[in-house]
Write a protein of this length. Structure first.
Length: 94
């Protein structure tokens, strides 16, 4: 898992910035609007540090898994998000 974070953290500063998150989501073939990416980043940046650290990245992956449409491929992380960001807040609060 650290390997995936290190690949996503292009500048190796220990956190994932919004532009790195956008590239990561594009790599997963999740086609989100700019505002959706910004909202997802804000919801996963639990400590408000303006970067997603390893533990927050785990939350991000869980949300992607929970909110992604099932795909016909074997990769469960592909598809489009089908729930709104209010639903994400409910998942985080649970």
């Amino acid at each position: 898992m650290f390997y995936v974070v290190s690949l996503t953290d292009e500048d190796s500063n220990g956190s994932i910035e919004p532009n790195e998150l956008k590239k990561f989501l594009e790599h997963l073939e999740l086609h989100l609007k700019e505002q959706e990416i910004e909202n997802l980043f804000e919801y996963c940046d639990l400590d408000g540090s303006k970067g997603i650290q390893f533990n927050e990245f785990i939350v991000l992956l869980c949300l992607i898994h929970l909110l992604a449409e099932p795909s016909s491929s074997n990769n469960v992380l592909t598809g489009n998000l089908i729930l709104g960001f209010i639903d994400i807040q409910i998942v985080i609060a649970a």
